[in-house]
Design a protein around this ligand. Structure first.
Ligand code: 9WN
Length: 443
């Protein structure tokens, strides 16, 4: 990619993030997602740290305004002025059912993978490359913000680590960030549609031309039935462990927890803050839990259904969780990287661009246009490329980065992409797709 093309692409990405902002909130997309999402904000803040520290800090502050008294960072912080998304604050009714939830801003009652500590590192590192004085300001900001992220990690360690497997448990596919991935099909098969499910109208289909690119109505019935289960127990985590009909150990979220704890422990050391040992302990335990879920022959990880003690489906991008968690012996690292770039994944000959789709084209569950069942999500490629970089494999990381940038070249920043044709799908001008471009091009 020429310097001029890169500059144009970076400028377009910056414009998308600016246009998707409302005050300090950077929203995923203007039509389909008019509120603030948790893990999107983490990725977005990493990129913003490279170009506008105040905006990066402001977006994290805005998200954490919705933090619950328990420390949980909710998966959505609602913009009360925005309409057009369902389930809305009234349907979640968090503050009505739980005294731990804030009422202003209104939030959802579940969480998403805890990527945020990575953004704190980016803020500190980017400041070190900038003007003198910037470092002191960034250190001061990160030091002030750190207790909130610490409380978030402690919530997960206390309430969400399954003592048997060591995996982070989730109570809804939305908590994984990969809503309708085949990973969750077997677990959702056991979720009953709630006997008194209040009627509802989906709003997402208004914004997406082709309904088959989104989860189905039957899937939505289950997504909303789980909300009724949550409200029945007042969003109480211990009660959900006992009663929730969806209760799975998520290898991918566990890997992100390992990564985020590594970052937060390192920040604590750099800033001379306490708790580095505690955080490193959470990180090591999460990494070991992920590694215990690796298939001995391939290194591929699978999720665990905690209600039934059964393995869940493989063949999805979550197979590479051990790469994200890091710390693999060299032989396993090489094998898993070869698998990622090989014919079962990014190297499959039918793919338009050599980047990993959300489900392997060889899997019986692969659907090229259906949300998390096949399309390519550039933000996932960014996560895996960053993991390869951290492990010192610049060649493999560069391969994924170049292919993604070439794919995005002169196209819109799609929410996801059809892997066989390369066309953008879902919402257009999506923030986290713009964010990964900005991060790569501004390094
Ligand atoms: C439900 C915002 C979010 C992402 C998720 C993605 C999608 C929401 C939806 O959009 O989920 O949380 O309505 O489909 O699956 O990963 O955070 O971009």
């Amino acid at each position: 990619m020429s310097g001029a093309t890169s500059a144009t692409l970076a400028a377009r990405a910056g414009l998308v993030l600016g246009r998707n902002s409302h005050g300090a909130m950077v929203k995923p997309a203007r039509g389909l997602y008019p509120h603030q999402w948790s893990w999107d904000t983490g990725f977005i803040a990493v990129a913003l740290a490279r170009v506008d520290t105040a905006m990066a800090e402001g977006s994290l502050e805005s998200l954490f305004r919705g933090q619950w008294r328990t420390g949980m960072v909710p998966h959505i912080v609602f913009d009360p002025a925005a309409e057009g998304y369902f389930p809305d604050p009234e349907r979640w009714a968090c503050a009505l059912h739980s005294s731990d939830a804030p009422s202003d801003p209104p939030t959802s009652g579940i969480c998403q993978p805890p990527i945020h500590a990575v953004a704190l590192t980016a803020i500190l590192d980017s400041a070190a490359d900038g003007a003198s004085g910037a470092v002191d300001a960034a250190r001061e900001w990160v030091t002030g913000f750190y207790p909130k992220v610490l409380a978030w990690h402690r919530f997960l360690a206390r309430e969400r680590v399954d003592p048997g497997s060591g995996l982070l448990r989730i109570f809804h596919g939305w908590e994984s960030g990969m809503d309708n991935s085949p990973r969750w099909d077997a677990a959702y098969a056991e979720v009953p549609v709630h006997a008194a499910l209040p009627p509802y109208q989906r709003r997402d289909l208004v914004h997406v031309a082709e309904p088959s690119e989104r989860p189905s109505d039957a899937e939505y019935d289950k997504y909303l039935s789980l909300l009724e289960e949550f409200k029945e127990v007042g969003y109480d985590q211990a009660a959900l462990v006992e009663r929730c009909s969806f209760n799975v150990g998520d290898v991918f979220s566990t890997a992100i927890f390992a990564l985020a704890n590594d970052h937060l422990a390192e920040l604590a050391r750099r800033l001379g803050l306490p708790d580095a040992g505690e955080l490193a302990g959470y990180g090591d335990a999460a990494r070991e839990a992920v590694q215990r879920r690796m298939a001995p022959d391939t290194g591929a990880t699978v999720d665990l259904d905690l209600r039934r003690g059964a393995d869940l489906a493989g063949g999805t991008i979550a197979e590479f969780s051990a790469l994200l968690a890091g710390g693999l012996p060299a032989r396993l690292q090489r094998g898993l990287t070869a698998r990622l770039l090989g014919p079962e994944w990014a190297g499959h000959p039918a793919l338009r661009w050599p980047v990993p789709p959300s489900t392997s084209p060889l899997s019986a569950a692969f659907r090229s246009r259906s949300y998390w069942r096949g399309p390519v999500w550039p933000v996932m490629t960014w996560l895996l490329a960053s993991a390869l970089d951290r492990a010192g494999d610049e060649d493999a990381a560069g391969t994924l980065r170049r292919a993604t940038l070439a794919q995005l070249g002169d196209r819109s920043f799609g929410e996801y992409y059809e892997p066989l044709t390369g066309e953008p799908l879902g919402s257009r001008d999506h923030s986290w797709t713009a964010a990964v471009v900005l991060d790569w091009l501004c390094r």
